[in-house]
Design a protein around this ligand. Structure first.
Ligand code: 5RP
Length: 301
């Protein structure tokens, strides 16, 4: 029986203070439902509005490529420095500790590999994303690729419909069509197509004129790192993207193929969250690298 004795009449109504009608901190997300906003706030830091996503989904199309042969050895030690993890469900279940308490952007399409023609994909059942407590679903969209454009755009809007039912945002990942020029016009078109079809986040590549890509995309953009660059160049890439208005990075190879991956992801974090200039972040990278080398490293048996 509920204790109904001594129920006191409310008196602290704060009538003189209007209830806040502030908007949500991520662009284009103000009309989302609470669950979506909660998930977006796990991925993007509400203090900065930005995110360092760690991408290690490469194996789902490439197999054990350099740096992701042993996720337990190369990626798991980096998790603490990432804001969000991007991977496929097999790796998540088998190797990512559920105690990591990091939001997951789940690779939610699957199909062909680099051995055939990429992007002949289907999407996973949204219920599996729910079971895995995904904070977002990532789906590849091959804008400009005659063979798979329609299929991958259908995958995107089907994933958006499924995600809407459970409050899970979808990240449209722009795969560059084979014959496409990697310029701001192409990436602007591809990003906009993703947003128009319901992506809550768009992942694309940095290019000259990126501020236009950001401006014409109504939802947050994160950039992929792309092929491995020298560390300073990768930090410059991240810096340029952030200064052009990107809401973060979803980087893989430039982190896990770095000479010092833990130092690199922290330096990227400095650029993303603290607007560190590339030279300053590179100094941070070198300092962290030097200090980690001076620590005792247990040798494998
Ligand atoms: C491929 C992806 C990758 O996760 C993405 O390319 C990020 O990795 P990298 O920084 O190595 O390019 O989404 O579809």
């Amino acid at each position: 029986m509920a204790d109904l004795d001594d129920l006191r009449e409310g008196s602290r109504f704060g009538e003189e203070i209007a209830q806040s009608t502030d908007g949500f901190f991520m662009k284009g997300c103000n009309n989302m439902d609470w669950g979506m906003k909660d998930r977006m706030s796990r991925i993007f830091n509400p203090r900065t509005g930005r995110s360092v996503m760690l991408a290690f989904d490469h194996g789902f199309i490439m197999g054990p490529t350099s740096g992701v042969e042993r996720i337990d050895l190369s990626i798991v030690p980096l998790i603490e420095h990432a804001d969000c993890l991007m991977c496929a469900r097999g790796i998540l279940r088998s190797l990512v500790p559920p105690t990591s308490r990091k939001p997951v952007c789940l690779r939610s399409d699957a199909g062909s590999t680099i051995l055939t023609e990429l992007n002949n994909n289907v999407i996973i059942d949204v219920q599996d994303a729910v079971r895995l407590n995904a904070s977002a679903m990532a789906v590849m969209v091959a804008v400009g690729d005659a063979a798979t454009e329609a299929l991958t755009i259908a995958n995107l809007y089907n994933a958006v419909d499924a995600g809407q039912a459970f409050g899970i945002p979808v990240m449209g990942v722009t795969a560059v069509g084979k014959d496409m020029t990697r310029d701001a016009r192409y990436f602007g078109l591809a990003a906009r197509v993703c947003a128009e079809n319901g992506s809550s986040i768009v992942k694309t590549y940095y290019t000259e004129g990126f501020e236009k890509v950001v401006a014409c995309c109504p939802v947050p953009i994160v950039i992929a790192g792309g092929r491995k660059l020298p560390e300073l160049e990768a930090l410059e890439l991240a810096y340029q993207a952030i200064q052009c208005g990107a809401a973060g990075v979803d980087m893989g190879r430039n982190v896990f193929q770095s000479e010092a991956p833990a130092a690199m992801i922290q330096a990227v974090g400095g650029v993303v969250h603290n607007d560190m200039k590339p030279a300053e972040a590179y100094e941070m990278y070198n300092d962290l690298r030097a200090s980690s080398q001076s620590c005792f490293q247990p040798q494998p048996k």
